[in-house]
Design a protein around this ligand. Structure first.
Ligand code: 3EB
Length: 345
């Protein structure tokens, strides 16, 4: 392996329903998140399969977290994991009943998922959650008098409490999106060392949202920064057209996208102030864009592609967003190296 290979790397492969030759070598893979029809033929690597259509290109996308070393893994309870000594990737699938089922089953599934994640993270020696991906069906459905996203937030908080974690500090970056079917899927990256939590000055921290958004607040940070031996990783949480705590531009997907980009710029600026490496720019990020309506693709794509620092790597997925009035949500990841190591071949 090349000496300059990053210690942790994100690779996004379109149309990975058949394994491309370059990837037949799974020995460096920490974990996979497959969207759409993508399936990975890699039983030894933890793989989260998300039933979510990929828009504007191939029917599937596989996100691969790679390590420079050779990770090893196994199972811990219902969770599959792999770790390379510095980072742990894990994922699990939790049957939460069907969409028509009671909301309490999703709440219980979320609690069990997070209690199990913290138990595994502690047992394996990677106690610090850095990034979480949450996917489940019927996110905006109201059951037992409460929207399923809000049921999820109650269960997630209970899981954090069960794991002895704070609800307003040391939080991971995260996203929570709705599929049109399938179980609760949670994937995560955790580390031996604590990441730096970053908030957005344009937004109230999600863990401080007022009760009108549900009885329990969402438990995530706007971004996290994780130092690694060859630089740093920036994880930007799912970001939407929210200023303060309110949704802006209801009904206008293009304007919501422009507002979301302003939020991303604000979080990136905050991350650059908090980072020891810094220098992050939107153009360096790998973006994942979730759209509620496939028909909004052109309206959402335009402001992203015409941004002065337009990102090169953008994947579009169709998903329900956690507030009914939100039409788009964008998440992003970047790796930054200090200038001295960036120059090495
Ligand atoms: C928001 O800012 C939009 O519940 O884990 C973004 C990222 C959102 C993560 C989560 C929710 C979550 O509130 C929604």
């Amino acid at each position: 392996m090349n000496m300059a290979a990053p210690l942790l790397a994100l690779e996004v492969l379109p149309g990975a329903s058949v394994l491309p030759p370059a990837l037949s070598d799974w020995q460096h893979a920490l974990g996979l998140i497959c969207y759409g029809e993508a399936t990975a033929d890699a039983s030894e690597v933890p793989c989260a399969s998300v039933a979510m259509p990929v828009l504007g290109g191939s029917g599937s996308v596989c996100e691969i977290w790679r390590s420079a070393s050779r990770p090893t893994g196994g199972r811990h309870g219902s969770l599959s994991y792999r770790e390379d000594g510095a980072m742990l990737f894990g994922c699990l699938t939790c049957d939460d009943g069907t969409m028509a089922d009671s909301g309490s089953s999703l709440r219980e599934a979320a609690r069990e998922a997070y209690a199990g994640i913290f138990a595994a993270a502690d047992a394996l020696g990677f106690p610090h959650l850095v990034r979480c991906w949450n996917y489940f069906s019927g996110i905006n459905l109201e059951v037992d008098g409460l929207e399923r996203y809000r049921q999820f937030n109650i269960g997630r908080q209970e899981g954090f409490r069960a794991g002895g974690r704070a609800l307003d500090a040391n939080l991971p970056a995260a996203c929570a999106l709705g599929t049109h079917g399938g179980p609760l899927v949670v994937a995560f990256l955790a580390a031996r060392e604590a990441p730096i939590q970053v908030e957005n000055p344009r937004q109230i921290s999600a863990y401080d949202y007022p009760p009108e958004y549900g009885p329990r607040s969402p438990t995530f940070a706007r971004a996290s920064l994780l130092a690694c031996a060859d630089g740093e990783f920036l994880f930007l949480s799912g970001t939407a057209s929210i200023v303060g705590h309110r949704t802006l531009h209801v009904g206008d997907a293009g304007a919501q996208t422009t507002e979301t980009l302003a939020n991303l710029h604000a979080v990136i600026a905050a991350a650059n102030r908090a980072s020891r490496v810094g220098g992050y720019a939107l153009g360096d990020l790998a973006l994942k864009v979730y759209l509620r309506n496939a028909g909004d693709l052109a309206a959402v794509r335009a402001p992203i592609e015409s941004a002065p620092d337009a990102p090169a790597e953008v994947v579009f997925l169709q998903a329900d967003i956690c507030r009914r009035d939100l039409l788009v949500e964008i998440e992003a990841t970047a790796h930054s190296r200090p200038p001295s190591t960036a120059a090495s071949p």
